[in-house]
Design a protein around this ligand. Structure first.
Ligand code: SF4
Length: 173
């Protein structure tokens, strides 16, 4: 996009580089910037995408000219490749999904499973009829929310602490 804007402003862009940190670089006495950064020449790839950029802009203009917003449901595209700017509008304002008691807030539940349940209209915890499709921890979360109860597994906590080795540091003054 930057290439498209600059080129259309009349600038001649000879080269496009993607520069990122070399995570394997280990600094010695002197900082070596040539080793700290990796420079990728992506001029060809960027140039080859220019038609697509132009087409995208035409598409965007057509969408913006519509009287009504496009009827597209939420999906994985809302988070990837980054969180959409319209997230609050689609998820909270339109669908009221930003509260805690819905399938999107179940801990460690796979995204595909979340959207599959959503498509079956199983959205709020109260819509769940079959708890067995969730693992034990997830079932505890759902039950605790539905019953408004606090569940504490004292045996697990005891077992955890019995394995913790306390160490003491003493200072001689
Ligand atoms: S949050 Fe963004 S990507 Fe998701 S449905 Fe709304 S507009 Fe589309």
């Amino acid at each position: 996009m930057q290439y498209y804007v600059l080129s259309n402003l009349g600038y001649s862009v000879d080269r496009v580089n993607l520069i990122y940190i070399n995570k394997n670089y280990i600094r010695e006495d002197e900082l070596n910037l040539d080793e700290l950064f990796i420079v990728d020449d992506i001029t060809q790839q960027v140039a080859s995408k220019q038609r697509q950029v132009e087409q995208n802009l035409i598409d965007f203009e057509q969408i913006l000219a519509l009287e009504e917003e496009p009827n597209i449901d939420i999906g994985k595209q809302c988070h990837h490749p980054y969180k959409c700017d319209a997230y609050t509008y689609c998820w909270d304002k339109q669908r009221n999904l930003c509260h805690h008691e819905n399938i999107f807030n179940i801990a460690r539940l796979d995204q595909d499973k979340k959207f599959s349940l959503y498509k079956q209209n199983i959205i709020n915890f109260s819509d769940i009829k079959d708890l067995s499709i969730f693992n034990v921890q997830q079932q505890i979360q759902i039950k605790a929310c539905l019953n408004q109860e606090i569940i504490i597994n004292k045996d697990k906590i005891k077992a955890f602490f019995s394995d913790v080795k306390l160490s003491y540091v003493s200072f001689g003054l």
